[in-house]
Design a protein around this ligand. Structure first.
Ligand SMILES: C[S@@+](CC[C@H](N)C(=O)[O-])C[C@H]1O[C@@H](n2cnc3c(N)ncnc32)[C@H](O)[C@@H]1O
Length: 408
């Protein structure tokens, strides 16, 4: 059961998303404005805000099937209230009367021109959305559904993601898991990923736990951890994190090379690097540095966690699927190829690990194949896909490229 306050906050966040705010920002602004919401209600608002973006196309079709096409509404607020009501009724199975208690006028949502009778009418219909078109059934733009090409992937990208973590130092998973269990926090080990834990309950206690506060645990997707495993580091190496961003993989690389190794973190954006600096500083990772001028010649390995469409992360940022365009994907592929060219020139002896959080071949296999062909200097030694339906986290791709003549 949702309160009127929670419903209003979710609808307000959705309206802000429709007006162009990134979902995360829209959500935290709506939550900041809504006073007096409890923990469960706040979680409901976050879930609902993601769900309205995830199922937007399906919900609009449901409104049309109910005789109230979104084009007949005047305001974004009207469309948002209708989507909220249909989502509660037809995707969560709430009673129509309960949904009306949450949204009825004098409304928690203003301005609003759609009367209660119209919402109630839609909720009373036996709405059926055709299931034979995957783009509609899973609520994706048609071009993107075709580029993804798999209903299972789309379905997985519509699921609420689990909270995944990496334990530190490497090889101490049993110990950290026991520390958490002693505080009543249940986690599960991820098979095949040595240091990964997945949160089993949906409480927030994990964020206040000792291991999280003292750096024995960091939030990190299982796919990210597998990418660092593909780097095959034994300890003591010098590696470059070329697109370090906010430093997620920098931490895992630093753990993998150990104190006798070095990680040089670099990013085009100083703003993003600032976060990486703060995080590595807090964790006292003294073997990570952020050179102002990057010399790459003594690196054994360069991780290129390339800028990409983020289609593998749509479960966390579902608003992105409505903002992305086919042209943007082409632009990403161009940038990805250019970064590979640049790095291969500056670090000609280094192994390259190219990675994205995209599920699109155009940014993954096709970029790597074109690079191998163009450079004539690299062998594709290994590649991997982390599919969201298998990992319960984001989708990733990674390829390990070895310069010809280099001993493995
Ligand atoms: C996928 S994000 C990196 C995420 C990060 N590695 C992590 O694990 O948190 C891609 C990053 O590439 C950076 N970037 C974009 N173009 C670049 C370029 N030409 N050279 C270096 N970094 C670039 C972006 O600023 C962005 O931070």
């Amino acid at each position: 059961m949702a309160s009127r306050k929670a419903a209003a906050a979710a609808v307000a966040a959705h309206v802000a998303v429709l007006k162009g705010r990134p979902l995360r920002a829209a959500l935290s602004e709506a939550l900041a404005k809504a006073e007096g919401l409890g923990g469960n209600e706040r979680r409901f608002v976050a879930f609902c805000t993601r769900e309205l973006s995830r199922h937007l196309r399906w919900l609009d079709r449901a409104a049309k099937e109910a005789g109230h096409a979104p084009s007949s509404f005047h305001l974004e607020e009207d469309r948002a209230v209708m989507r909220y009501a249909l989502w509660r009724r037809f995707r969560l199975g709430a009673e129509a009367a309960q949904v009306m208690r949450e949204v009825s006028l004098p409304g928690p949502v203003r301005p609003r021109s759609v009367p209660d009778a119209v919402v109630a009418d839609a909720l009373g219909k036996a709405v059926k959305v055709p299931e034979d078109e995957p783009a509609l059934a899973h609520s994706f733009p048609t071009w993107l559904a075709e580029a993804i090409g798999s209903p299972q992937v789309m379905e997985a990208l519509n699921r609420e993601p689990r909270i995944m973590m990496k334990v530190r130092p490497n090889g101490t998973r049993d110990e950290v898991q026991a520390l958490l269990a002693a505080k009543g926090i249940t986690t599960a080990k991820v098979e095949g990923v040595a240091d990964a834990l997945v949160l089993e309950d949906d409480g927030r206690a994990i964020f206040e736990s000792g291991p999280m506060k003292n750096g024995r645990l960091v939030v990190m997707d299982v796919g990210s951890q597998r990418i660092v495993e593909l780097c095959g580091l034994k300890g003591g190496e010098t590696v470059i994190d070329f697109c370090a961003g906010a430093g997620g993989k920098t931490i895992a690389l630093a753990d993998a090379v150990g104190e006798h190794g070095r990680v040089l973190a670099w990013d085009k954006s100083q703003k993003r690097l600032a976060e990486a600096k703060e995080r590595t500083h807090k964790l006292k990772l003294r073997h990570v540095s952020f050179p102002l001028e990057l010399r790459m010649d003594d690196a054994q390995l360069v991780l290129i966690d390339a800028p990409c469409s983020g289609t593998g992360s749509l479960a966390r940022e579902p608003d992105q699927k409505w903002k992305l365009t086919p042209e943007a994907v082409k632009d990403f592929a161009k940038t990805q190829g250019a970064i590979l060219d640049e790095v291969s020139k500056k670090a000609p002896q280094a192994v390259l690990v190219y990675a994205t959080c995209s599920v699109l071949k155009a940014e993954d296999e096709e970029v790597v194949e074109a690079f191998v062909k163009r450079s004539k200097r690299y062998t594709l030694e290994a590649s991997m896909r982390v599919w969201p339906q298998e990992s319960e986290g984001a989708g990733f791709y990674a390829a390990r490229l070895t310069p010809l003549g280099r001993a493995r």
